[in-house]
Design a protein. Structure first.
Length: 223
């Protein structure tokens, strides 16, 4: 199963959701970082080796991708982005535009999933997911808060999700039905706002102590 996670607006929790889906999976899992935040969220040191962004900008063989993986746990790996803060704005951190290269990455991820019986979770952040990657994913999950501005942006993006992960907040006027009506796809899971999640991220403990509020909310999606 290859799952694409993305958001139409910053602060939606896409990186935490993508990480949680991989960590909560009953199968081996591969996390793909296309946003650059997963090492920090997982409490890992900044990668010192090249990552997927360097591979996308190169003509290196697809077989090299396996050499870029970082162990998170016994059955969980990370394919890092690796754009360091000093590289922001440079070619090394730019969003690649070579559609054929994205297609090659998508094919490799599908093959990896099939070969190892592995779940693949891709964190795209707030960028528009590349069409070749969308076409090669089994599902595309929009992570959003029940926010009018987020839904307004999501409706305007040409990529259509297959489902929604709703990060609920107290006091919002919109609910799951409103989100489904606006986007025309089902809400697959609803995560209530819980400070325990923020504390786990701030302490670098998300990979070792995934809060129960996340595992309960995403149990059906991660199964």
């Amino acid at each position: 199963m290859v799952t694409l996670c993305w958001a139409a607006k910053g602060g939606s929790g896409t990186t935490v959701v993508a990480a949680a889906l991989a960590l909560a999976s009953p199968r081996p899992s591969l996390l793909v970082d296309l946003d650059g935040e997963l090492p920090a969220v997982l409490g890992l040191p900044a990668p010192e080796r090249p990552g997927v962004v360097e591979w996308l900008h190169s003509d290196t063989s697809v077989d090299h991708l396996a050499d870029l993986l970082i162990d998170i746990g016994p059955r969980t790996w990370l394919l890092p982005w690796r754009a360091e803060a000093s590289e922001i704005g440079t070619t090394a951190s730019a969003w690649p535009t070579d559609q054929a290269r994205w297609a090659t990455l998508g094919d490799w991820l599908r093959d990896w999933s099939a070969q190892w019986g592995c779940d693949v979770c891709i964190d795209v952040g707030t960028r528009i997911p590349p069409e070749p990657l969308v076409a090669r994913s089994d599902r595309s999950l929009l992570v959003t808060r029940p926010c009018y501005l987020s839904l307004r942006r999501a409706v305007r993006i040409p990529v259509r999700p297959t489902g929604v992960i709703l990060v609920d907040e107290p006091g919002r006027g919109l609910g799951a039905r409103d989100v489904e009506h606006a986007l025309g796809v089902p809400v697959e899971a609803t995560m209530g706002f819980d400070p325990a999640v923020s504390r786990a991220v701030d302490a670098g403990l998300l990979a070792s102590r995934l809060p129960r509020v996340i595992t309960r909310a995403l149990r059906r999606v991660a199964a």
